[in-house]
Design a binder for this molecule. Structure first.
Ligand code: ZN
Ligand code: ZN
Length: 368
């Protein structure tokens, strides 16, 4: 079958929306999904800075959602044609961490999601001239009208929900909300400082507010801080003198948790100093430089760790987040701006410039 997709051919070129061809039917354990919408995430854009490690040409996009149009069946495939699904990250299902309900730490996470797919033989996705495209990105490649996915990374959702808006629940919003609800298990009486109020940080703010925790949000953009405040956080401008001391005063002696989405060493050090004894800081951004910690920042039982995909089991967290949205307690739709897939380069520019928190691309024929 042939359909439109956004192809990235080099690290420097804009995306090209063009016809691609998919060579095979879904195998057992696979689904063909008609994409209704796909969020743009920082990890898509980071491919440009991957210095050769991400294979190109490729169809990126890993926050897809849509309707199942064909199923390859299979013993562990409980999803049927007509089901609405949110696509998340892929995992193998049989390594120790997958069996331990920690699929974000799957032994094969990098190969399945970033560098090669499931080892399928012949390339399945090609350009219109038959030249191979990189194996599917995050088990999906959803900047396209259709995606052939592993049933394991598809989560069925209520057909009454606006399916085209739900894709970011599969990665960006899952990461922020999962850090708060899974990693920290934050609840009433807890306090959280969020460093960086982008898509991940604002999802963390919403989840913390929904959980009854006190949140302080730190960012250098006043517009983002205004959003954080709307979702229940106390806003603080990054670079303010005595930032850690101010957070400690606002949180009755120090925050119990901190979530860093910036990978900025000065902010991470401030975040650690803002913690109460035994408090913990989670890092979600990929570090590109060494992270020097100042003396004393880990004293008195404070800890720091990396958090991948919000420690989520997507099949559990995504339905929880849609229920919170329906109850008006996780208003993620307010962070989204939609673009036709053909405007993907404009969406990227707006994202890089901070003009939009979460672009969602709508393939042709879909509009709101
Ligand atoms: Zn695994
Ligand atoms: Zn992502």
């Amino acid at each position: 079958m042939r359909f439109q997709a956004a192809v990235l051919r080099s690290y420097e070129d804009p995306f090209a929306v063009e016809e691609v061809a998919l060579r095979t039917e879904p195998a057992a354990g696979e689904l063909l999904v008609e994409i209704a919408g796909c969020g743009m995430c920082r990890t898509d854009l980071a491919v440009r800075r991957s210095a050769g490690s991400s294979p190109l040409p490729a169809v990126l996009g890993h926050e897809g959602s849509g309707v199942v149009v064909r199923s390859g069946g299979g013993p562990d495939n409980a999803i049927s044609v007509g089901d609405h699904v949110v696509l998340s990250f892929d995992s193998c299902g049989h390594c120790q961490n997958c069996r331990g309900a920690a699929p974000a730490y799957c032994d094969s996470f990098a190969s399945l999601n970033l560098f090669g797919g499931r080892g399928e033989g012949a390339p399945r996705l090609t350009d219109a001239d038959g030249r191979a495209l990189a194996p599917r990105w995050f088990g999906q490649s959803s900047f396209a009208e259709y995606a052939l996915v592993s049933a394991r990374n598809a989560v069925r959702v209520d057909t009454k929900l606006p399916v085209e808006m739900l894709g970011p629940l599969g990665c960006g919003f899952l990461t922020g909300a999962g850090a708060v609800l899974n990693t920290f298990s934050a609840g009433p009486g807890d306090s959280l400082v969020v460093l960086g109020a982008g898509a991940v940080g604002l999802a963390a703010v919403m989840a913390a507010t929904a959980a009854g925790a006190l949140t302080v949000a730190v960012d250098r953009h006043p517009r983002r801080l205004a959003l954080a405040e709307r979702f229940g956080a106390i806003p603080l401008l990054a670079g303010t003198a005595g930032l850690a001391e101010r957070i400690r005063r606002l949180t009755d002696g120090g925050a119990r948790y901190a979530l860093d989405t910036t990978a900025s060493a000065p902010l991470v050090n401030e975040g650690l100093r803002a913690l109460r004894p035994t408090g913990s800081l989670g890092l979600v951004a990929r570090l590109h430089d060494p992270l020097p910690l100042e003396p004393g920042t880990l004293d008195r039982g404070r800890s720091i760790r990396h958090i991948c995909e919000g420690d989520a089991v997507p099949g559990l967290l995504i339905p929880l987040l849609t229920r919170l949205w329906q109850a008006g307690r996780f208003p993620f739709d307010q962070l989204i701006r939609t673009y036709p897939l053909t405007d993907i380069n404009e969406a990227e520019r707006d994202c890089e410039a901070g003009r939009v928190v979460k672009p969602v691309l709508l393939p042709a024929g879909r509009s709101r």
